[in-house]
Design a protein around this ligand. Structure first.
Ligand SMILES: Nc1ncnc2c1ncn2[C@@H]1O[C@H](COP(=O)(O)OP(=O)(O)OP(=O)(O)O)[C@@H](O)[C@H]1O
Ligand SMILES: [Mg+2]
Length: 494
């Protein structure tokens, strides 16, 4: 038996072993059931009835639910015995089909010991339920399958929130208990070779589909294990769609496209979940396919469409506190990899120094996101992050470096009505004395909230001539840029 076998579990496995009966919702069981080919038709060549024998009725049969309940009950009897014989952590790393194959003889033996006789289809269903508990994400599966959900936030067993349409809602999904949440959390992080427990209570991970996950468990989380999932968005949203959805005006979309195409250094600023990464993805669409792009993230989320993209990911320290590779290390390394552009998922620390250095040493066209509520605040944050590198640079020098490196700040905001809007497109103009000067090209003007709670307002162009016009000229995009600005002005005048 490859990978795991009849070894006794280690202590971690032990604490995670399923010792309590698992209750499936009727829907989950029905779904698993109808997926079984044998289940659809009454088994013709069913073995002779035995005392514990269960016949599978046709779909729609009144006693079907009762049967499923019974299989569920059998699963609950088998589960703890199965857990005693396998290493759950290792099992969780196996592909599903392999795991199903591996547990088959063990389950058969357990059933025999329990004097339960099942036919082939029934046993297969019980095995499937068992595997679901071992490798699936249990109660989260249904939420993960829904395309309208962006975030899934588990706050211990009794509270699972989801974000849909930009708004948080309490879902009706519940875990059995906190141990069940921990079991699912362990499974998620084990898949990327990490672990969570009392000594290692924090972990970042990624689901197989690319969704970003953070896990934090007691004693740090006081309400039981917490899992936060940013679901991988299957459909990338481009700037044109954003304009249709009212996230930006069509003219702003055009200006952002041009800004990215003519290799401005761009910062996308916004609060948590405001749409920074989505905006960066959208803006990256106009990057030339000839360019070599290196992306650096803590958990790879970017979905660049260009052929020559090399994604890099940071690494956390191991249990002995060794082996950490920081953003800083990766940015430095990226500079030796002949990038045409460097794209940083998020700057939040001293790597800001290296990012700025990259931006004004020939790697223009670089982009990054950062957490801030206004473009002005983004600049201050950047200044503070450079300071974290402990280079003892005077503030004036840091500001000069920022003013020389950053060209444009795109401020995104998830507004009260759940809609994400670009509330400022701001150019870094230069320095006046010790102060960085900026000029807004576009802003959002709030007017009112309508009866449905939707925000009414408009994107306004300030009509200022973009500082990057000469650069746009160099890329043959000056006319397009001025057209966009003028058209926004005309619209405002009407
Ligand atoms: N313009 C948009 N229209 C519809 N959905 C959007 C839009 N922008 C972002 N979203 C959705 O909102 C969620 C959060 O977006 P995103 O990951 O880009 O935010 P973020 O600011 O990068 O978050 P974080 O601070 O956690 O990194 C995603 O699920 C994304 O699909
Ligand atoms: Mg992000």
């Amino acid at each position: 038996m490859a990978g795991f076998g009849r070894r006794r579990m280690n202590s971690i496995g032990e604490s995670l072993a399923m010792t309590r009966p698992v209750r499936y919702t009727a829907n989950e069981v029905m779904e698993a059931f109808s997926a079984l080919p044998e289940a659809a038709a009454p088994a013709k060549e069913a073995p002779a009835p035995l005392p514990e024998k269960i016949k599978i009725p046709a779909p729609g049969d009144a006693i079907r639910a009762e049967l499923l309940n019974r299989l569920d009950h059998i699963r609950n009897q088998v589960a703890p015995l199965l857990m005693e014989q396998i290493n759950i952590e290792q099992a969780a790393t196996l592909p599903r089909a392999e795991l199903e194959k591996e547990i088959h003889p063990i389950v058969a033996e357990i059933l025999q010991k329990l004097r339960i006789t099942l036919n082939h289809a029934e046993q297969e269903l019980v095995e499937r339920m068992l595997v679901d508990d071992m490798v699936g994400l249990g109660p989260l599966e249904g939420l993960l399958a829904r395309d309208d959900i962006n975030d899934i936030l588990v706050n211990g067993a009794g509270q699972v929130y989801v974000e849909t349409g930009g708004k948080l809602q309490l879902s009706d999904v519940r875990f059995r208990d906190n141990e069940h949440v921990l079991q699912v959390a362990t499974r998620i992080v084990a898949a990327v070779g990490r672990r969570v427990d009392q000594t290692q209570p924090l972990a970042d991970a990624r689901l197989a589909d690319g969704s970003r996950v953070n896990v934090i468990v007691p004693p740090l989380s006081l309400k039981g294990p917490a899992i936060s999932i940013r679901k991988f968005s299957r459909r990338a949203i481009n700037l044109k769609q954003m304009a249709r959805q009212g996230n930006v005006s069509p003219q702003m979309a055009r200006v952002l496209e041009i800004a990215s195409a003519c290799r401005l250094n761009i910062i996308i600023s916004g609060g948590t979940g405001s749409g920074k990464t989505t905006m960066m993805n959208a803006m990256s669409e106009t990057i030339d396919h000839q360019e070599r792009i290196i992306t650096i993230e803590d958990a790879a989320e970017l979905q660049l469409q260009q052929p020559h993209v090399l994604p890099l990911e940071t690494r956390v320290a191991n249990l002995e506190g060794k082996g950490e590779i920081t953003m800083r290390d990766l940015v430095k390394n990226a500079l030796r990899m002949r990038p045409d552009r460097i794209i940083l998922g998020e700057v939040r620390g001293p790597e800001a120094v290296d990012m700025l250095q990259a931006m004004n040493t020939g790697h223009d066209g670089s982009m990054c996101t950062l957490h801030a509520n206004t473009p002005r605040e983004a600049l201050t944050r950047l200044e503070n992050m450079v300071n974290m590198a402990n280079l003892n640079l005077p503030y004036a020098a840091i500001r000069r470096q920022i003013a020389d490196s950053v060209n444009l700040i795109v401020q995104v905001n998830r507004m009260r009505d759940g809609v994400r809007r670009v509330i400022a497109v701001t150019e870094v103009a230069g320095m006046e004395g010790d102060v960085i000067t900026t000029q807004d090209l576009f802003t959002f003007r709030f007017k009112a909230e309508d009866d449905d709670g939707k925000i009414v307002g408009e994107f306004v162009s300030t009509g200022l001539r973009p500082q990057f016009l000469p650069r746009a000229y160099y890329y043959g995009l000056d006319k397009a840029l001025m057209e966009a600005i003028q058209s926004a002005q005309q619209e405002a005048a009407e």
